[in-house]
Design a protein around this ligand. Structure first.
Ligand SMILES: Cc1ncc(COP(=O)(O)O)c(C=O)c1O
Length: 309
């Protein structure tokens, strides 16, 4: 199937914008890649099309096969969308700790959604483990393909074009690239694309202060969807990192509202967290430099959540 003849053509080639109203004077510029404009409103569309189209090309899957993954809903919605286009079915292991609208989105694309119960709506290491165990069990059914979002090389490769696009869109160097980490696929894949395009920013990984596993070795309950998974994701290549920073989730949620009101950029908690860190770094490194970060997904997914309530 030619992707250019399908709705998958809408994936990627997203805008890159500079923040004009919320970055303090005497700071570096802050640039944000608007990934919320992908078809399902998330940069995860990039990994979904990469993983599933490459698996089809290799003959690992064929039309009618079932795809399985555990997901906070963004990856699941992207996998459900791409599965629908490619004639696959998709089963998501999800939880009530994540936005209800994400469950509805997966179901709208025809996915089967299994909901694992959380404790008080918090994302905890134990919840992630239970979700993963259930997905592994389902993946043993014949005719089922496990996406393996934490280890498949097709995930990281799917984000490489993001970095290549940025290099084409921006005129000049980037001093720092920072982004929050779930699988680490977006951070590392984008970085691969930047490096391939001859840009060499300092790379900074981000996580929620409420679950500072990468910075302190101990995770905890938090409410930033998509990141802070409670273990060190294998994609995260610490040798390439300049630093890892923890950001308070409450500052991230406040930033989501400020971004919408002052910059017209609408995102979820991970976007808010990315921008809090990017602005802080911009203040630290000062004028004449550039910080790059990502708007991971579209705020419309979070209208029913605490962020915009
Ligand atoms: C909203 C959101 N932000 C950030 C991330 C983290 O992206 P990655 O898994 O590529 O590190 C995810 C991952 O699911 C996500 O859903």
């Amino acid at each position: 199937m030619k992707i250019s003849n399908t709705s998958l053509i809408g994936i990627g080639n997203t805008p890159l914008v500079k923040l004009n109203n919320i970055v303090p004077k005497h700071s570096a510029e802050v640039w944000v890649k608007l990934e919320g404009v992908n078809p399902t409103g998330s940069y995860k569309d990039r990994m979904a099309v990469s993983v599933l189209s490459k698996a089809m090309e290799r003959g690992d899957i064929k039309r009618g096969d079932n795809i399985v993954e555990y997901t906070g809903g963004s990856t699941g919605t992207s996998l459900a969308f791409v599965s629908a286009v490619l004639g696959l079915t998709f089963t998501a292991v999800f939880s009530d700790a994540f936005s209800k609208s994400k469950q509805q989105s997966m179901e709208a694309f025809g996915a089967k959604v299994i909901v694992e119960k959380s404790e008080n709506g918090s994302i905890t290491p134990d919840l992630i483990k239970r979700m993963r165990d259930k997905a592994y069990k389902l993946a043993r059914t014949p005719g089922t393909y496990y996406v393996d979002q934490f280890a498949s090389p097709d995930v990281r490769a799917g984000f490489k074009p993001l970095g290549i696009e940025i290099a084409k869109e921006i005129d000049g160097p980037i001093d720092v690239f920072c982004a929050a980490v779930g699988t680490g696929g977006a951070l590392m894949g984008t970085y691969d694309g930047l490096i391939d395009s001859n840009l060499h920013p300092d790379l900074i990984a981000l996580e929620p202060l409420q679950s500072p596993l990468l910075t302190t070795g101990t995770g905890g309950p938090h409410k930033v969807e998509g990141i802070g998974v409670g273990f060190e994701p294998p994609f995260l290549d610490k040798n390439k990192l300049k630093a890892i920073r923890a950001v308070d989730q409450e500052d991230a949620f406040k930033m989501c509202r400020l971004l919408a009101e002052k910059e017209g950029i609408w995102g979820g908690g991970s976007t808010g967290l990315n921008v809090v860190a990017a602005i802080k770094i911009a203040e630290e490194i000062g004028p004449g430099k550039r910080v790059l970060t990502l708007n991971c997904d579209n705020g419309i997914k979070y209208l029913g959540s605490h962020i915009y309530a």
